[in-house]
Design a protein around this ligand. Sequence first.
Ligand code: MN
Length: 202
Amino acid sequence: MSFELPQLPYSHDALEPHIDKRTMEIHHGKHHAGYTNNLNNAIKDTEMEGSSIEEILSSLDMTNMAVRNNGGGFFNHSLFWNILSPNGGGSPDENLLSAINVSFGSFENFKTAFSKAAATRFGSGWAWLCVHPGGELEVCSTANQDNPLMESIGCGGSPILGLDVWEHAYYLNYQNRRPDYIAGFFNVINWEAVSKSFLEKS
Ligand code: MN
């Protein structure tokens, strides 16, 4: 059994003007496809073959850079496409909003904290919103294709929202203006999917 590149749940141009069509074509069709193929090659004929990506990443030998980078890339992008929506820009449901208020004080405070985590990640990486058992929320960021499922990464809980801040995610449209990309991202968040994920993982 090998991992397959998931289909995008919307068309390449569905997130415009916040995320442009060409970026989505390359990001999904080349970058994510590359991580998927490289992951399959890296786990072939190992004991990881046949495990779920969550199992692989949560018990990974972190010196295994091929699986760390490509398994991370496979998981992170699969999550990313699903928390984006052309109908986004809505709001978290009551349960999630209430948890956001408990953990951050207000939605605006959460947005500021998340945007800061994304903006200050030097070089390539991801910003995350994670939930701990019981519903406590945490904002954090990771380098490269690392993610909160990996042990001792300085970022705990289950990721329910993630933002790719690699330049390949925004450079065609935004060039060096990462803060504008982060602001645009908040217009295309699929809060329905994030709220559902919160309920499942809290
Ligand atoms: Mn990416």
